[in-house]
Design a protein. Structure first.
Length: 319
């Protein structure tokens, strides 16, 4: 803290299965992975992560790439959105948006493990099934206390560094995610939190937050206001917290050389979904690994697409 304010660095460098678990779907204890009654698998090892690896062939909880800091990406996703229920499993090109997002995150070079963090409510069983179908581990916890859900997911995966993504950002770009993670890794001794949302220059929908497990644990222990518990990181970064207490953390910002913050590439409303569906249909068949700049190029050639969700107001999202 400098003069009672958070110290912020700015980096403006240009950016060059089908299958079911041996654990019953609704035997969920708040803040844990699958527990309780097992439903099969004579050779099941009896541990949820091992079950997902051995019995379902999912990605096993991994070790760090270089033997030092383990980077775990936690993607929060649930069916209970107040404005557009079920949005994370709405389809584009015949696939759930969440699965398209997982494909993109798997292209990241700096992530050791991916987990979907959903709620312990029955309605989110389908979110877990989609994650497992596409080979990703799932953690289940409180629907409203998303901060504790993240804490539990980080603890379960033994993360040193947590990457926070939200399931309503299907265009998330692996190169952007890698850039933010590398920015954190280069400064891990001096910063607690790095993101591209402190001063927004990337489009909304490419939001990437990276923070230490220690910072997450502190926030989970200290933050009391429901706003902080729902939105996970405001207690750390202090944005949109007028009148609310925040913690003392060292922050660093990643920014793009040109301001594209006016673009909206996330899914909150029906108009957003129509926009996202149209863009995927235009780009995915010919270029499955398209970048966010490919989206910008498409919009430049087809400005009519921008009108689809132009009237939707950017807000804090609670996927």
């Amino acid at each position: 803290m400098v003069g009672g304010r958070k110290r912020v660095e700015f980096d403006r460098t240009p950016q060059g299965v089908d299958g079911r678990s041996c654990f019953a779907p609704r035997d969920v204890e708040k803040g844990t992975d699958r527990v309780g009654r097992r439903r099969g698998g004579a050779n099941c090892p009896g541990n949820e992560d091992e079950c997902q690896s051995t019995c379902l062939g999912l990605d096993r909880a991994s070790a760090p790439r270089d033997g030092t800091l383990k980077v775990v990406c936690v993607i929060q996703a649930r069916m209970g959105s107040s404005r557009l229920p079920g949005k994370v499993l709405m389809e584009a090109c015949g696939r759930p948006l969440l699965s398209l997002m997982l494909d993109r995150v798997k292209r990241c070079e700096t992530i050791d493990e991916i987990r979907v963090a959903t709620s312990d409510r029955e309605k989110d069983d389908e979110v877990e099934e989609v994650a497992r179908t596409f080979g990703v581990l799932c953690f289940r916890g409180s629907e409203s206390d998303v901060l504790d859900r993240y804490r539990g997911a980080a603890e379960r995966s033994q993360a040193d560094v947590v990457v926070r993504l939200t399931g309503d950002c299907p265009f998330i770009d692996p190169k952007v995610v890698d850039r933010v993670i590398r920015h954190y890794e280069d400064r891990a001794d001096s910063v607690d939190y790095v993101s591209n949302i402190i001063r927004r220059t990337y489009p909304q929908g490419l939001d990437t937050e990276v923070f230490s497990r220690a910072a997450l644990e502190r926030a989970a222990a200290e933050a009391r206001h429901p706003y902080h518990r729902e939105h996970v990181t405001p207690y750390i970064h202090g944005r949109n917290c007028e009148g609310l207490p925040t913690g003392e953390f060292q922050l660093s910002s990643v920014e793009y050389e040109t301001d594209f913050s006016h673009l909206r590439l996330c899914v909150d409303e029906t108009e957003d979904y129509e926009f996202v569906r149209r863009v995927f249909e235009a780009l995915l068949p010919e270029n499955p690994g398209f970048s966010w700049l490919d989206v910008v190029a498409l919009l430049t050639c087809h400005p009519d697409l921008l009108a689809i969700n132009a009237q939707v107001e950017n807000t804090v999202r609670t996927t």
